[in-house]
Design a protein. Structure first.
Length: 165
């Protein structure tokens, strides 16, 4: 199941929120920056790596002061591979696999694509299609809450959601 709500990703009570990142788990875009600020100083300790991660990788950490219990960090940017539709798609597939591996049943995400040159409709479709393709075959599929900033964006994404088979 996928639902779309207007709200603050940091305040959504779910098992895990999706966070786009660089290969060193640095934030990517304004949504991630706001999420990191809301997560507090403990969260910074959760998002450290000894070595850079591969593009398209996803890892799970604690969520600091967020309402969620965990954060799924999806690597969409490295120095050699800037954020693109392809890197986002690879990272989303990995993120949904991590959610399955960890038994995370309720997930939340903002539409990806800010700073990647994706049109909002394309970013939302990518999020919805990757989640649906990865989770519909599961016996107990997780729920995804797409968190947007205003009613107009909510209406646009819901229209796109109705168009996905």
């Amino acid at each position: 199941m996928i639902e779309v709500v207007v709200g603050d990703l940091a305040q959504i009570r779910v098992d895990a929120v999706l966070r786009l990142s660089t290969d060193g788990l640095a934030p990517v875009g304004p949504v991630t920056n706001r999420l990191d600020a809301a997560a507090g100083p403990d969260f910074a300790r959760h998002r450290t790596t000894r070595e850079p991660l591969d593009i398209g990788a996803a890892i799970v950490t604690g969520a600091g002061d967020l309402a969620a219990q965990f954060v799924i960090h999806a690597v969409v940017h490295t120095d050699l591979h800037p954020t693109s539709r392809s890197t986002i798609e690879r990272a989303l597939v990995s993120a949904w696999q991590r959610a399955t591996d960890w038994g995370l049943c309720t997930l939340a995400a903002a539409p990806p694509g800010v700073g990647a040159g994706l049109e909002p409709a394309d970013a939302s479709t990518l999020l919805i299609e990757s989640f649906t393709a990865r989770t519909t075959a599961l016996s107990d599929p997780p729920t995804l809450t797409i968190v947007v900033e205003d009613e107009a964006e909510r209406a646009r994404i819901e229209a796109g959601l109705r168009a996905v088979p």
